[in-house]
Design a protein around this ligand. Structure first.
Ligand code: DGL
Length: 265
């Protein structure tokens, strides 16, 4: 039997788990290594040069240590900067996570779309180019949230996060006349992998209903396309959770659903 592929999923923290969850659904046979660069979290507060200088050599070290068959950069703040550097430095196939502006604009009926990301992601030239190329006549509002990734991280770690704090970060996404269905935002791009961790609360706290676009299923399809198909005797391989701060994780119960029910070592 061919050995299962190793997939390394990387983020600044716990947000990439929302991508991991979908990738695991598509390839339950793979061995997973999830790396949270919590020693440098949050990426949204660092400059472009600092992120490139941090992530490119770190991914090289992780490739040397784990020999992955594929690496997913499950972080918009990093992917909008580092993908070309990674592809030119290393031979492994990479899949990145960038704001899903094209499908969001294709989905919008009111032609009002908001992109909710970190302050870094919404400033990127990469993001602005996606809007230039794919807005398809939509008015696109960029919303850089200073704290939502940290709030999502806290909530997953069991710390109480108030509705008021979440609402304050999300409020600028809702543009237009709230009473008039056809003159207000109807689609919000979740351009940070942390935000789907708060999905139920985002839906509940929204001033009016919108479609929230989470790119994780599309990323998982891309991963499945790049790997050789699973062997006939599919079995669940192992999973590892690594924090760059070297703190031991104490979150097994909260993490298991993202690893397809496995307890990560
Ligand atoms: N999860 C990351 C993203 O998708 C960002 C969180 C951070 O600021 O580190 O952009």
């Amino acid at each position: 039997m061919a050995s299962p592929p190793t997939i390394l999923v990387f983020d600044s923290g716990l947000g990439g788990l929302t991508v991991l969850r979908e990738v695991v659904r598509g390839r339950p046979d793979a061995h997973y290594v999830y790396v949270a660069d919590d020693a440098f979290f949050p990426y949204g507060h660092h400059s472009e040069d600092q992120i490139i200088a941090r992530v490119v050599p770190l991914i090289g070290e992780l490739i040397a240590a784990h020999a992955p068959d594929l690496v997913v950069i499950a972080c918009n703040t990093a992917s909008t900067l580092v993908m070309s550097h990674l592809r030119s430095e290393y031979q492994v196939p990479f899949v990145g996570t960038v704001p899903a502006i094209k499908p969001a604009c294709a989905n919008s009926k009111t032609k009002r779309v908001s992109v909710l990301g970190t302050k870094g992601t919404v400033k990127r030239e990469y993001t602005k180019a996606l809007i230039r190329d794919f807005a398809q006549g939509c008015e696109v509002t960029l919303v850089g949230s200073p704290e939502l990734a940290s709030l999502a991280e806290a909530a997953l770690s069991g710390i109480e996060v108030s509705d008021r704090d979440i609402s304050a970060e999300v409020a600028p996404c809702f543009v237009g006349d709230g009473e008039a269905d056809l003159a207000r935002t109807d689609t919000v791009v979740l351009a940070c992998t942390h935000y789907p961790l708060l999905m139920e609360r985002l839906v509940r706290l929204a001033p009016w209903p919108v479609d929230w676009i989470d790119p994780a299923p599309a990323i998982a399809r891309r991963v499945a396309d790049l790997l050789r198909p699973p062997g006939s005797e599919v079995d669940h391989a192992g999973a590892e959770m690594i924090f760059t701060s070297r703190r031991p994780h104490t979150l097994s119960g909260a993490l298991m659903p993202f690893f397809g029910g496995r307890v990560p070592a």
